[in-house]
Design a protein around this ligand. Structure first.
Ligand code: UGA
Length: 436
């Protein structure tokens, strides 16, 4: 199959490289000429484990190409739209201007029987509007519009792409279904189920799935707060719940609240869709409100660990990315945490293995360090905000020597209470008792 990805950002690049790896001939098109030039030189603009090797192998194999203009669209059987859909300022609705611009730009060049597929997360009905635009601009052509949402997690995107739980194909048209079945055929070996549904259903599946994941996280976060009040251990509660197959153990890790470029934005956009259509999603509304409040609650937790006041204290923050294995700091819970601590008079020293450059413009008054120990130097408390692998086995004796006070606030429940007790740290985790 000849495939074009419009947008060489996170989704476009990962999907394009994986499709090429399946054996398809793929061109990733991005209007950012600098990005395209960098990709052609073999430089990957995003941090995603395994992506650089995958891109390189497929470029070398002649299956993956990059372009800044849309001329190659004419050869493609399938054109995926994978441009950004940021939250629109003011109302939280997904900003679809990039999607529609891309459609208008490619329309004159599309082969007459091409299938145009949205991979970007787009609200219900976006496919209908794309179809309308294409009909208007190419009345003579037999173009099809399908939805094929992605379910990739940053940091595990290639694994998720190659071993999906399911593939969702949103189209009632037999030709569009056949093209997508052929594109995903290499995954038959992994027995990945393909779900054929209507386009609107596919668009909603993506939002409903992300909103449910956000709900699961928020639910366990609130249970964690209750655990702290009643003297229960949330890790064990989560395990005890998750072993029930109807519930499942994944996404029951309590933490500082969900962040990133997807769950916060998609929950807001779903609420907006519901309002616009006269429906209410009270659970999802509660999830977004609880998650927002949680960010302030985390700052209060750190202040309590500092003895009730942050003024004049130094706090070491480990982890700035919204989760490990990514340099993405969008909506990262670490950012409002740091801002709140600074507002309360604390000095912040921070370290993240990948995300420091990204936050420097928004957090200029932080001392950025070269590693966890550098950040801990002279700190009155150390906060683990992201569970990077390298923060899971810190040399506690060394930390203790470096820090002014032996206090760790573990917002990701990385450590066990007994090891902290042995190392003689005051240890505050989430939903588990404090080690004094
Ligand atoms: C999420 C979904 O998991 C993907 O399926 C989806 O494709 C993607 O959004 C998207 O829409 O593109 P992602 O944003 O990469 O993926 O990250 P997640 O792994 O879902 O984590 C989101 C946030 O929830 C992070 O801040 C993470 O730390 C937090 N989280 C996750 C928890 O606090 N507890 C958990 O148990 C799981």
């Amino acid at each position: 199959m000849r495939v074009c990805m419009i947008g060489a950002g996170y989704v476009g690049l990962v999907s394009g490289a994986c499709f090429a790896d399946f054996g398809h001939r793929v061109t990733c098109i991005d209007r950012d000429v600098h990005r395209v030039a960098a990709l052609k030189r073999g430089e990957i603009p995003i941090y995603e484990p395994g992506l650089a090797d995958l891109v390189e192998a497929n470029v070398r194999g002649g299956r993956l190409h990059f372009a800044a203009e849309t001329s190659s669209v004419g050869d493609a059987d399938a054109v995926f739209i994978a441009v950004g859909t940021p939250s629109r300022r003011g109302d939280g609705f997904a900003d679809l201007s990039y999607v529609y611009e891309a459609v208008r730009e490619i329309a004159p060049r599309l082969a007459a029987t091409a299938v145009v597929i949205t991979k970007s997360t787009v609200p219900v009905g976006t496919g209908d509007e794309i179809e309308r635009i294409l009909r208007e601009l190419r009345p003579e052509a037999d173009l099809q519009v399908a939805s094929n949402p992605e379910f990739l997690r940053e940091g595990a995107a290639i694994q998720d792409f190659k071993h999906p739980d399911r593939i969702v194909v949103g189209s009632d048209d037999a030709r569009a279904q056949a093209v997508l079945a052929e594109i995903y055929r290499p995954l038959y070996l992994n027995a990945a189920p393909i779900l054929y549904v209507s386009r609107r259903t596919a668009e909603l599946i993506k939002y409903a799935a992300n909103a449910f994941l956000a709900t699961k996280i928020t639910f366990i976060n609130e249970i964690a707060d209750l655990c702290e009040r009643v003297g229960a251990d949330v890790q064990e509660v989560a395990r005890g719940m998750g072993l029930d197959n109807r519930i499942g153990g994944k996404f029951l890790h309590p933490g500082p609240g969900f962040g990133g470029s997807c769950l916060p934005k998609d929950t807001l956009a779903l609420i907006k869709t519901a309002h616009d259509n006269g429906a209410q999603l009270r659970i999802v509304e509660a999830v977004t409100a609880v998650n927002d409040q949680r960010k302030r609650a985390m700052a209060r937790k750190v202040v309590a660990a500092l003895g009730g006041s942050a003024r004049g204290k130094t706090v070491a923050v480990l982890g700035l990315a919204f989760k490990p294995n990514t340099d993405d700091t969008r909506d990262s819970p670490a950012i409002p945490l740091i801002t709140a601590l600074q507002d309360l008079g604390a000095r912040v020293r921070a370290y993240d293995p990948a995300g420091m450059e990204q936050v420097k413009p928004v957090l200029p008054d932080v001392s950025y360090c070269n590693d966890a120990y550098g950040a801990a130097d002279g700190a009155d408390a150390l906060v683990i905000a992201t569970e990077w692998e390298q923060f899971r086995a810190l040399d506690l004796a060394r930390l203790k020597r470096l820090m002014t006070a032996a206090v760790i606030v573990d917002l990701r429940n990385v450590y066990r209470a007994d090891e902290m007790k042995r190392a003689d740290f005051r240890y505050i985790a989430i939903g588990r008792g404090t080690v004094e």
